[in-house]
Design a protein around this ligand. Structure first.
Ligand code: FMN
Length: 402
């Protein structure tokens, strides 16, 4: 994703080297455009070092214009992100000004524009600023934040720039880009599972696995970015709830099974990214098990298979499974696709160096008569590509049925 990052003259500009790094972690190519005031707060040397590209700031820079003109820059962008965005740049954008490089390229671009305002809370509450915000929003500019909290001026209130990691996740999760183009899942309901389950042994111990839930959460966010109503059934994870998504928490495999079957009739698409425990202790002890014998054993019983149970429903949604395997990934994935009668399976190798609890992943996707490999990429980027493929296959299969 090509991101033009506009940086304006707010004290929050000191956070932009971090923002550039987070955007690049998601696989974005970042071209920075600074206003003259921004250069008072953060050096172009630091930003050039983290972005790996010369900084653009002057509309009248003949050399830079000759290599990539402001119009080419406007065309190159998949997204224009202005972070931090001052009250001043909001006013210039609202007025349709073209007084410097950043405002000129904002007028010349067809890419979606997102801004992350940052200013003193009294400035943010000012009627002129709020009128500009509303005007920009009505024209399709995405407003990210601001956050409330303590401010650089020593006061507390609403006006802090959103956290760089949060801005990068929204921009690179496709939420901004998808808004402008046609959304692939508008009007559809997507049910997603994510994370591990915990199967109690006694009141203080449980059996679980290494799933972090990051892939499932990224898939849920990517589906929402494509306009779907998303219901996320989540195991215990330490991730923030994605904005605009209904989250239902389920601790055990049985709880997840019930939650899914309560909501599956609403779903057009079901994506099972959770790592559900295949077995659970036959009888969880009511009290903490004491350390007596030298050895002990726990009887395990099979959990009900959520994925197979959904795929075999008479009015099953388009059903997508995940297969995390340590070996024979392709064979096991194809076996699971067939035996569980899935519409699609997304397979990945897991081990110490890949898969679980990481921000990136590589997957292979299989369906009846087709397959596609996605090389190592940030989970948010992979989720964006997977959702495009799911939407595409879902549409083809729905058309084939009707
Ligand atoms: C120390 C200092 C901090 C400032 N912080 C902010 C800020 O956080 N938000 C804001 O809207 N303006 C802030 N300003 C004012 C802007 O820098 C000023 O309005 C400038 O014209 C913005 O230009 P630009 O939007 O082209 O970068 C600050 C000014 C100074 C001197």
């Amino acid at each position: 994703m090509n991101v033009v990052l506009g940086i304006t003259g707010s004290i929050a500009a000191y956070k932009t080297p971090e923002l550039v790094r987070r955007l690049r972690d998601h696989g974005a190519d970042v071209q920075i455009v600074m206003t003259a005031s921004a250069e008072e707060f953060v050096t172009s040397t630091a930003l050039q070092a983290v972005s790996g590209k010369p900084i653009r700031s002057n509309l009248w820079d003949k050399e830079a214009e000759a290599s990539m003109s402001h119009i080419e820059l406007a065309r190159w962008a998949d997204v224009v992100l202005i972070a931090p965005a001052t009250a001043e740049i909001m006013a210039r954008l609202a007025a349709g000004a073209a007084s410097d490089l950043l405002t000129t390229l904002c007028l010349a671009t067809e890419a979606p524009i997102a801004i992350a305002p940052a200013m003193n809370h009294v400035m943010w509450a000012n009627a002129a600023v709020q009128a500009n915000r509303t005007m920009l929003q009505d024209r399709g500019v995405r407003i990210l934040g601001p956050d409330a909290g303590s401010q650089a001026c020593g006061e507390t209130g609403s006006g802090r720039m959103l956290d760089p990691a949060e801005i990068a996740a929204v921009v690179c999760g496709g939420q901004i880009a998808a808004q402008a183009s046609e959304q692939l899942l508008a009007g559809k309901t997507v049910l997603v599972t994510a994370g591990p389950t915990r199967e109690p042994i006694d009141p203080v111990r449980y059996i679980t696995n290494r799933s972090s839930g990051k892939m499932g959460y990224a898939v849920a966010a990517a589906a929402a970015a494509q306009g779907a109503k998303v219901i996320l059934v989540s195991g215990p994870v330490s991730l923030a709830e994605p904005a605009g998504i209904e989250v239902i928490y389920a601790g055990t495999a049985e709880e997840m099974y019930s939650a899914i079957h309560e909501r599956v009739s609403d779903a057009d698409i079901f994506i099972a990214a959770a790592a559900v425990s295949d077995y659970r202790p036959a009888n969880a002890a009511r009290q903490k098990i004491k350390k007596n014998a030298e050895t002990m054993s726990i009887d395990l019983v099979r959990s009900r298979d959520i994925l197979a149970s959904v795929a075999s429903l008479p009015a099953a949604p388009f059903t997508v499974g995940f297969a995390a395997e340590t070996e024979k990934v392709r064979d096991y994935a194809l076996g699971k696709l067939k035996s569980k009668k899935l519409d699609m399976i997304i397979a990945n190798r897991v081990g110490d160096d890949c898969g679980f609890d990481r921000d990136d992943n590589a997957v292979e996707v299989y369906w009846q008569g087709g397959e596609q490999a996605y090389p190592q990429a940030a989970k948010t980027e992979l989720a964006r590509q997977i959702i495009q493929l799911v939407a595409n296959r879902y549409e083809k299969e729905s058309n084939a049925i009707h």
